[in-house]
Design a binder for this molecule. Structure first.
Ligand code: SF4
Length: 336
């Protein structure tokens, strides 16, 4: 077991965790809300360091990141655990394993072995994904630092609940992040995820400010976060941070503890896309609708087709030196 980073020792062997915005106060012998950080006699330890539960080579488009090294492979890993309790979690078997089954599983894998396998699979990036990378931060940071030395970049797929200290700490070694903005009200975040919205908004702003490439995803759930007013709030916020930031609007399918809602109608996704463009965003994408027009990248200057996608595969790539070959507009993103 490894001592945690980013915590504070208090009196009577209590500790305060500064890794995520829950800021858990943890007494001796107890765990934080994520269930993977435990106080051992006044020392906070991580219970998931090196315990890999999922490992795959994915297209970077699957994260989703559409403006970051398109067409490349991302060596993708996770440990169990999450600091959210989303009722609609798509990976609840691993993210909620500590909470639902009081179990922590995973194959012991050293950081250097992850980097070696990323190199062997010619992956341009390592993605910390599937569950919440913040809660296995020590492991992700150690891997990231080794990866950078080998010319491999690092990407987080996150709920954005990490503290500013955490983001600042990993910043030099973090190159891109996809942050879920799951709704725009504390009511939604509290009832559906067990969290609050403001820390997520702060992380989106902060990551952008630090120069990390940021894309944002919203899973659209019928009747819960798909009203025009909520979508306008989300889109307006994102456009205010940076209109170049891509927004992915993804289709919900019933799962885990949210099975009384049907899949999101395609019309709702398209309505959200229009709201995004109406708010001034330059790149809005539809997700979980393979073959939809909203998967394509069109130049914000002239509408030229720059990247033709089907699902996660790329059929055409026409950006030249980061610009549109037709109107020469600079296309926001990291292309090489
Ligand atoms: S990372 Fe875990 S222990 Fe730390 S504040 Fe967040 S939920 Fe609590």
């Amino acid at each position: 077991m490894k001592e945690a980073y980013l915590y504070e020792k208090l009196d009577s062997a209590r500790v305060k965790c500064h890794l995520c915005s829950h800021g858990c106060l943890i007494k001796d012998g107890s765990k934080g809300l994520c269930g993977v950080r435990e106080n051992h006699g006044g020392t906070l330890v991580t219970l998931v360091y090196g315990k890999v539960i999922a490992m795959n080579v994915d297209p970077i488009e699957k994260k989703p990141l559409f403006h970051f090294l398109p067409g490349t492979s991302s060596f993708s890993i996770a440990t169990v655990g999450c600091n959210f309790k989303c009722r609609f979690c798509q990976n609840s078997d691993i993210s909620q394993m500590p909470a639902d089954y009081n179990r922590i599983e995973g194959h012991d894998t050293q950081p250097q072995d992850i980097v070696r396998r990323a190199k062997e699979t010619r992956s341009s990036t390592i993605a910390y994904t599937y569950t919440e990378p913040t809660i296995y931060y020590e492991y992700a940071l150690d891997i990231s630092r080794l990866a950078v030395k080998e010319g491999i970049k690092n990407v987080f797929v996150s709920n954005g609940y990490m503290t500013e200290d955490c983001l600042t700490d990993i910043n030099p070694d973090l190159h891109a992040i996809n942050i879920d903005l799951k709704g725009f009200t504390d009511k939604f975040y509290k009832e559906q995820c067990g969290a609050k919205v403001t820390p997520v908004l702060n992380s989106i702003r902060k990551a952008r400010e630090l120069g990390v490439w940021v894309e944002v995803t919203t899973l659209l759930i019928p009747g819960l976060n798909d009203s025009d007013s909520e979508l306008k709030d989300i889109a307006g916020f994102l456009a205010g941070v940076d209109p170049n930031m891509p927004w992915h609007i993804s289709r919900f399918h019933p799962t885990y503890r949210l099975t009384d809602k049907g899949p999101t109608p395609a019309e709702s996704i398209h309505r959200a896309k229009d709201i995004g463009y109406g708010a001034g965003l330059k790149y809005v994408y539809t997700g979980n609708l393979p073959g939809d027009e909203g998967e394509k990248t069109l130049c914000h200057g002239c509408g030229n087709l720059l990247i033709d996608r089907f699902g996660f595969s790329i059929r055409k790539f026409a950006i030249k030196d980061g610009r549109c070959p037709q109107c020469n507009a600079e296309i926001p993103g990291v292309w090489e």
